[in-house]
Design a protein around this ligand. Structure first.
Ligand code: GCV
Length: 752
């Protein structure tokens, strides 16, 4: 067994206080650990400054004394004998993780001995693993899953085993084990057998080659293209670790509004360098492919997918890519959407375009993720209906290695959207659910909005397409479900950037974490995921866990309340999408706000029933029936599907106008209540993160009033009704809000 002797002493994340090497330093490190342990033992918590870089993999001394003692007794050594790169990084992680959490530095041994320890490895690579597994374990862990189990080891010393079929399964198992330690679970009786429910779990980076990030609010792109491939930032490895720790196994490096230059030789060398770093962590690299690349970088006169020269160009290009990146994942393509080139420029279909690329990738096991986010201003049809109209008839015409990638809703990552009608409606096509982790329409990285509850609503939505219980989660899980769907994928538009804490808002990392956890297992509850994240990121202190979990769980509903309650959508400011803009009525109609809210003197909302655009009919009749009935429709979608009179009586007893106003107010009040809650946590965490969040929450509270006041002042010009009691009076007149102009909002594609 080859082991890197330095690994033992090398922190994976740089510590907040960098240390020099050498004996003195080692002594100081141990002293620091000891002091930290003593401090923890006294129940004072660890309050040193934290810049958030380590995210949820902090590995500070465990703040629960009895759990720490129990784990310390178990972790008397590490037993590993495999060279597999993923097993090796699993071992490094284990040493760094338990080393930090427990303040220990045990040895690595090749064999189990009477003194117990943590045994890690693959079934085929280590007979000591195989001999301990139960007969049905191997069937339950698939290629990426794992067993984490505690055994009594002869003389009473416990042995914890992390076993898998593959190196990456071992790594996932080690991260699961560390999560148990971090969240205060005892080692006794640990028996965890798990595997992912969705095969392909991807991050989509909307990162440009000049390092701006479209809709990115956490600094610049993580990929230092100019320095690559010569300089490899340590950050790449930490990115891969964070991804792997939650099971993310693919990363699309570049923006869907693609630049063909990424496919040129010098850039492929850079891509290869990133892929090399990510590989042991099981993160496969994908790229976005600009459909017109054969013309832009290939010198051809056309990009027509049925032209043999074009198909030949892509074949050669794919061959070249695999020479650089042998495990390249494939292409993500945005075609004929928002001005991007595509097969329809040549009178061809989306299937023609996707299949041409799929044929080039198939010999290497690569896939095409073809986006269904298409709509055209020239088309009369309700924008919400266009993707279904375009793609559903193509079911059965895509190659087996094409995935049709569908946003969670039919418009565009609005604060709330009903699930996209395409889910389950293309049984012969692989489907990918695309979620947005970055908060384009939810307050960027300024507002707190924990998105797991919204994603969960979509994952749990019953499409009914193959009978009751055909949830979106089951459709994309594919063969794992009984419904006969092909295995699909899940993708999240990343919220990462060069900000030291990765995601801008210190609490926004919860969304990256939750995306990975739900992608691994859509059955997890958003609360339990929130709680894990709080424990790992902040503390196991009961008041921190309880208060912060509650704030996270309240946050998405609160943002919906103060931005777009009751199914209102697309009423944000033009272009940068930050702040209210319900009055927007100029420009492409389907990019205005008035197209969507349709407020007039009689009422408000978009009629998508049979008497309106008819969009409800794209759903299964059972679902259509529910959405089409204003009395049965969930109130969060009421104005999405219905144009309702201002005096419509709501179940609460209020009329619609009053209900809208009170929802806005409820959102403001909820954010206001967090200020006190967060203040109360001041002594329970480091000042650095506490202060940062405090300042952001203060701004969020102010801006929630901005949303309320701007939207209600505007809608009041139609309703002609007073604000009900309890609703704050706008600070300014409507003209003031209409004239506010924000400049240089991060993430905005156009120069402003
Ligand atoms: C990457 C919305 C966003 C665009 C984004 C697009 C997409 O329109 O505003 O920035 O483009 O969605 O998902 O392709």
């Amino acid at each position: 067994m080859k082991l890197n002797p330095f690994v033992h002493h090398k922190p994976i994340f740089p510590t907040v206080y960098p240390l020099r090497s050498g004996m003195v330093c080692r002594f100081l490190t141990q002293l620091t650990c000891l002091l930290a342990v003593v401090v923890c033992g006294l129940g004072c918590g660890v309050l040193r400054a934290d810049d958030g870089y380590r995210a949820w993999l902090r590995y500070d001394p465990l703040d629960q004394l009895s759990q720490r003692q129990a784990w310390t007794a178990v972790a008397s050594g590490y037993i590993c004998r495999e060279d597999d790169p993923s097993v090796q990084v699993a071992l490094e992680e284990l040493m760094s993780g338990l080393g930090g959490l427990l303040g220990i530095e045990p040895e690595v041994r090749p064999e189990v001995s009477g003194s117990g320890g943590v045994l890690i490895g693959t079934i085929d690579g280590n007979p000591e693993i195989a001999v301990r597994l139960r007969p049905d374990d191997a069937d339950q862990i698939g290629s990426e899953g794992y067993v984490v189990r505690t055994y009594a080891n002869g003389n009473g010393k416990p042995l914890v085993m992390v076993a898998a079929r593959s190196g990456i399964g071992v790594l996932y198992g080690v991260f699961d084990l560390l999560r148990q330690v971090q969240t205060g679970v005892y080692p006794y009786g640990l028996d965890r057998v798990d595997q992912p429910k969705i095969g392909l779990r991807m991050l989509n980076h909307w990162d440009n080659l000049n390092r701006t990030v479209e809709r990115g609010y956490a600094g610049f792109s993580l990929w230092e293209w100019f320095e690559l491939p010569d300089y490899i930032s340590p950050r790449y490895r930490d990115y891969a670790r964070l991804c792997a720790s939650v099971g993310i196994n693919a990363s699309v490096l570049t923006n869907v509004n693609a630049n063909a230059v990424i496919l040129t030789e010098p850039y492929l060398e850079k891509v290869a360098a990133l892929a090399d770093v990510f590989r042991p962590y099981g993160v496969r690299v994908y790229l976005t492919a600009r459909f017109s690349a054969p013309m832009e970088i290939g010198g051809l006169e056309t990009a027509d997918p049925l032209d043999p020269q074009v198909a030949g160009w892509w074949k050669q290009k794919v061959e070249e890519i695999y020479r650089h990146v042998p495990d390249f994942g494939g292409f993500l393509v945005k075609a004929n959407s928002e001005g991007q080139p595509g097969p329809q420029d040549y009178g061809r279909s989306h299937a023609d375009g996707a299949n041409m690329m799929a044929d080039a990738l198939a010999p290497y096991g690569g896939t095409v993720m073809w986006r269904a986010f298409v709509y055209a201003a020239e088309v009369e049809m309700d924008r919400a209906m266009q993707a279904y109209a375009e793609f559903q008839p193509l079911d059965g015409t895509f190659r087996p290695n094409v995935f049709v990638q569908i946003k969670n809703g039919a418009i565009d990552f609005m604060p709330t959207e009903p699930f996209h009608p395409l889910f389950g409606a293309m049984p012969k096509t692989r489907q990918t659910l695309e979620l947005q982790i970055t908060q384009e329409y939810l307050g960027a990285s300024i507002h707190l909005a924990y998105l797991a509850p919204m994603w969960k609503q979509c994952l749990d939505a019953d499409t009914r397409m193959a009978g009751a219980g055909t949830t979106v989660a089951k459709v994309i899980a594919g063969s794992n479900s009984a419904d006969g769907y092909l295995p699909g994928a899940i993708a999240g538009v990343a919220n990462t950037g060069t900000n030291r804490n990765w995601t801008g808002h210190p609490l926004a990392a919860a969304n990256w974490y939750a995306f990975g956890r739900l992608a691994w297992n859509p059955d997890l509850s958003p609360e339990s995921v929130a709680e894990e994240w709080v424990r790992m990121t902040f503390s196991n202190d009961a008041s921190v866990v309880e208060s912060l979990r509650q704030m996270l769980m309240e946050s998405h509903p609160a943002v919906v309340d103060y931005m777009m309650p009751l199914g209102l959508h697309h009423i944000m400011a033009w272009d940068h999408h930050y702040g209210p803009g319900p009055w927007i009525d100029q420009g492409r109609p389907d990019w205005t706000a008035v197209y969507y809210h349709k407020a007039d003197k009689d009422g408000i909302g978009f009629d998508r029933t049979a008497s309106g655009s008819g969009a409800v009919q794209q759903y299964h009749p059972d679902v259509a029936g529910l959405f089409a009935d204003a009395n049965a429709c969930p109130d969060r979608y009421l104005l999405w599907f219905h144009h309702m009179p201002w005096d419509h009586p709501m179940p609460s007893g209020n009329n619609l106008w009053d209900e809208i106003c009170l929802r806005y107010q409820r959102g403001v009040d909820t954010v206001g209540s967090w200020l006190e809650v967060w203040s109360g946590l001041k002594d329970s965490m480091d000042a650095q993160r506490h202060d940062h969040v405090m300042r952001l929450l203060t701004r969020q509270e102010r801006e929630s009033r901005w949303w309320r006041d701007a939207c209600l002042s505007y809608f009041q010009t139609f309703s002609n009704r007073p604000l009900p009691e309890g609703v704050g009076v706008p600070e300014h007149d409507l003209e003031y809000y209409r004239n506010l102009r924000l400049r240089y909002v991060p993430g905005t594609p156009s120069e402003q």
